[in-house]
Design a binder for this molecule. Structure first.
Ligand code: ADP
Ligand code: F6P
Length: 328
């Protein structure tokens, strides 16, 4: 008998979520099963906003940003009542398995359902790239490219006016977007939450560049450190650097996903459906050392090794930028 498998998106949207939805729906139907969509994340699940999806419903979806299933923050899902409501709706619609696309908060929701006996798997969807169990999250590459495009443009005007630009990029707790886009554009400084900065060192480096003839400065700041305007005020106390501040904000969350994000979303979506078919639950998909893998969500969320690996990589990237951007 055909199984009924549902998919939802939760937490912050990310470019590539739609490509994942497309892959999930198509793979479910390819396997001879029925695909269902849930609107508005866990809130929609608790409200029973569940509908059948056809192969045609996801046509040409790979290129579209956002999520056609919409997303929501529904803190009530951390409580028993919200979870029991969702289980009731899943039973009412005779759903056999669920794929949750989202960040670590959404993984907690997926884990809660799995612990209550409902087959649920997770896919990492967030631009921040801060989810354990994977080297890359869906949306990160596109967000970096969006930031990079803006940074290249800002460099043009910074250079023309011999100005200093402080550019705040997204990353609530993670410096990944700042590091990858900063290295890509050759930023003079990348300031991230994982590594303490010393304003005097920043100032010394700017001054050293000035002495060697570099008249403009590009500083990429991850929002998790402090707001861009605050950093600019701090820097302003040390000299007249003709500072302008740009906050890139939610522009980084939208747009057509890059080739890399479409590929990642398609392969992780496909793997999620395969994992459910194999009877897996409470696991999250990921790409690790270029291989598609799945890990227990519980272990992934607690795993110190993963955090260590990420911190080591980010320290390497930070040094890489320092050693290639400073005019010494
Ligand atoms: P993200 O998934 O991007 O990290 P959030 O942290 O906002 O975003 O989480 C998304 C949703 O996941 C929340 O609105 C809530 O519905 C659900 N969620 C978050 N934390 C938990 C939890 N501890 N238990 C169950 N569900 C949770
Ligand atoms: O987690 C993704 C993210 O885009 C962060 O980079 C950012 O801090 C946050 O979401 C913004 O959330 P909201 O859309 O709720 O303002």
């Amino acid at each position: 008998m055909a199984k009924k498998i549902a998919v939802l998106t939760s937490g912050g949207d990310a470019p590539g979520m739609n490509a994942a939805i497309r892959a999930i729906v198509r793979k479910i139907i390819f396997d001879g099963n029925e695909a269902y969509g849930v609107r508005y994340g866990f809130r929609g699940l608790a409200d029973g906003d569940i509908f059948q999806m056809t192969a045609a419903d996801v046509s040409t979806l790979s290129s579209r940003g956002g999520t056609i299933l919409f997303t929501a923050r529904y803190p009530e899902f951390a409580e028993e009542e919200g979870q029991l409501k969702a289980l009731e709706q899943l039973k009412r619609h005779e759903i056999d398995g669920l794929v949750v696309i989202g960040g670590d908060g959404s993984y907690q929701g997926a884990l809660a359902l799995s612990r209550r006996g409902f087959p649920t798997v997770g896919i990492p969807g967030t631009i921040d790239n801060d989810i354990p169990g994977t080297d890359f999250t869906i949306g990160f590459d596109t967000a970096c490219n969006t930031a990079l495009e803006a940074l290249d443009k800002l460099r043009d005007t910074a250079k023309s006016h011999m100005r200093t630009f402080v550019v705040e990029v997204m990353g609530r707790h993670a410096g990944d977007i700042a590091l990858w886009s900063g290295i890509g554009c050759g930023a003079d400084q990348v300031i991230i939450p994982e590594i303490n900065f010393d304003i005097q060192e920043v100032v010394d480096q700017i001054n050293q560049g000035r002495e060697k003839g570099k008249k403009h400065t590009l500083i990429v700041l991850a929002e998790g450190v402090m707001p861009g305007y605050k950093f600019a005020d701090l820097l302003d106390e040390y000299g007249n650097y003709h500072i302008r501040t740009t906050v890139l904000g939610h522009v980084q969350r939208g747009g057509s996903p890059s080739a890399k994000d479409r590929m990642l979303a398609t392969s992780l979506g496909h793997a999620a459906v395969e994992a459910l078919a194999k009877g897996q639950s409470g696991v999250c998909m990921g790409i690790v050392d270029n291989k598609i893998v799945y890990t227990d969500i519980e272990n992934a969320l607690e795993k110190k090794d993963d955090r260590q690996k990420r911190n080591t990589l980010n320290k390497y990237l930070y040094d890489l930028n320092q050693e290639t951007s400073v005019w010494s």
